[in-house]
Design a protein around this ligand. Sequence first.
Ligand code: ARG
Length: 912
Amino acid sequence: MDFLDSGQKFSPRQDQDWDPTLTFLPAADTRQLEKNPGQRRKLWIGVGLLLAAAAVALLTGLLVWHYHLRSDVRVKKVYIGSMAISNERFLPSYEDSSSPQFVHLASLVRQQLKLIYSKNSVLAKSFRGATVQAFSEGEGDGDGDSVVVYYQSKFDVHISQQASLDQAVQSLEPQTGSQSGRHGRLLPKPTDALNVNNVVSRALDPRMTRTTLFAKKVFNLHVRDSGVVKSPGFPDSSYPPNVYLQWRLRADPGHRVRLDFHTLILEDDCQQDFIQIYDSLAPIQNLVLTEQCGYPHESLSFLSSGSVMLLTLVTDEEKNFPGFIANYSQISLSEQKCGGTLTASKGSFSSPFFPSNYPPKTTCVWKIQAPKETFLKVQFKKFFLGNNSAQCRQDYVEVDDQRLCGSKLQSSVLTSRSNAMTIRFRSDSSYVDQGFTAEYEAFIPTNPCPGRFQCTNNLCLNTTLQCDGWNDCGDASDEENCSESRTRTLQIRSRFQPEKLPTKSGFHHPAEFPQHITSYNVCSNRPFGDFPFMTSQRAVAPPPECDGSQMKCKNGRCKPEFWKCDSVDDCGDNTDEENCVKCKPGEFTCRNSRCIPKKMQCDGKDDCSDGSDESKCEKSLVLQQCSEFTFRCRDGRCISKLNPECDGEQDCEDGSDEDNCHCGTRPYRSSRIVGGQASREGEWPWQVSLHIKGQGHTCGASVLSNRWLMTAAHCVQDNGPNKYSQATQWEALLGLHVQSQTSEWTVRRNIQRIIAHPDYNFLTYDNDIALMELDSNVTLNQNIWPICLPSPTYDFPVGLAAWITGWGATREGGLAAKILQKAEVRIINSTVCKSLMKDDVTDRMLCAGILKGGVDACQGDSGGPLSVTGPSGRVFIAGVVSWGDGCARRNKPGVYTRVTKYRSWIKEKSGV
Ligand code: ARG
């Protein structure tokens, strides 16, 4: 019962609907109440109102007094700033804060600041003192003809004046666009003192002023000789709690600092633990290059614009992680000059230092001059330029008159209608990103793709890529109007994204300009892909006929018959889902086939009686009843949100849906198994190679924690003289990428204990799951990380993309792979799978594959994971590779152990 919810009881409407059966406690004077109830009530209301008004007045008065009149409600504000001193030369002794030169210049700076602040009444009144933190060489050619000073100014201001203080501090900065000399506004100077300009200052980030921070420390490093910087304790222990550490990195004059992270693993929440990198020696917020926490996937190489960089680490009380290690070095500013004139008819260029993050405050201009009578096209293959901003005012690329910014996952093509093109790249002073790579090519406008296929978006492809089932153009124009046999390939591949055909990812034959960006933020009127001078020259083929096992959609496509009425729009025009015996419009179809009114869905009540109407809701209502489809919180209550675990939002009142979620992330941004491709190192950090000692790789497994692995029970069954059930026979290789090639990240462990599922059936492969305990814990690193375990009610819907990984055979009866292979498959409907696999599939198994054939797990992949990316990007293990009918055969999907069925068994046996 909610005690705040008592208002209704005394509402007039309730008085009228008086329930005569209710009895109340007796009033003090019942007789009087009965005699003149109306008058009496009015009197009480009057007194009540009077008292309330008095209370409000008193409170207002108190507040006014507190905030405006009381002189002791003051706040302390700290600003971190820098300014350039143009009439001083930088001396090496300025690097040492105890040198007489430092002390002398610092005192001049303090005088200078006092003078600057004295010109503004708010600043003059509240300024309490400044400390100089460091000096560095000024901007320029490294000739040391100016000095930059970093300082901290403290103010003490009345609470009501905070905003004016911010404003006053801000007013010292040169206005953007002002023309007061190379360095912006010049500030007052006492006779024979400093000439200062370029003042910037920002309030200190509140996370750096937490009162709990007990250790604050500054390390000064010179990066002339390269070396490493690491968080305290790395890699043997987690970083300490409640620290604020700064590493000031300085390069020689005329050089920039380079910082390359090797490992970075922090708490996920940047409000708690984080690192920042600044293009400065002090943490001035508008010079921050990046802020990172968790287990970042981006490029982690950074460059400064000048000779200094600052790295900070802030941690809180709880949840401390391994931390980081990074290499520092210096690069001459004259190295890697970007831009230039490109005169070849074909070529490439990229942002400075790609794939490292580009440095801040950089401008590059490329001028392309192609042969006369040609036009130019330029394709951005990678494009990571921070966040989209409305006018692309921060970091951007400008192609002739079009500005591009933001980050795109696919690439795109721009063309010019002349033989010249100018491309300009610009980064501002904060927040850097990985940048771009681009290729350009001149073409003859009357024949843009000689001997090749021309996509609608003007890419040129080898004709073999047309109608091959893959969206090579990016706009799918290479897969339109295809003849029958080719169409069928496409249908299967496009099943789950009817309008969006799959785009190749790496392992297919490259097209000249194979992919297309659809979501550029283009700051010009001309939309991308608008090339009016080109026309398509393709022949139009007649619509295909479907074969016996297929149905024909209204739009002419052919789809396998058993995809009819499976609630997935396979045709793309939904005709495969029409005329199915289903519930009426406005009704919801329960899993048990009952029909209920749509409005009963997600209302918190189990109207289907199997819970299915409450299992896929966006909001997490607490349900009256749990069902086999609803997530159960630790407190026993069930919620209606679909797959709420580790999705970054707290859904259970007790927060248990977000417990133990340090799993399923990987260090890289990702771009045999049969029909797969080599994966990138660290892409599948939960993948384990299980070796039989003396024999080598035998099975796969997945990392569940720093002590436990999960594999298939059939891997650990004795087989004649081979005693595979004995832990001593096995050795686990974690963080491995290439068989027989260990790296610094690879960890080898003996197995202490094997727990195969007690109900494993060696004939049917039912319950094909086993746990392995390592003989000692491993330290998680960027190549070793646990995969998330799904709760028993986690839903992996039919059609969902999943990845299989392993070092197994690359074709049926073939040899094992050396490099870890990956392949994308889809979850397959169980009824369909049972019919295809002749009922050998139990409810504790899950099917996945590509029914067309060609992609599957195979011998040696067993025990490995079937990985699925959840809503927040975390990867969950949906299955364990178990069995199949041959490998990659048509209509023979792979069969996996359905992990959701074993969640409590895993917990019980391993504690994970
Ligand atoms: N049982 C095999 C092994 O031990 C894995 C088979 C998977 N087969 C398949 N077609 N999906 O490695």
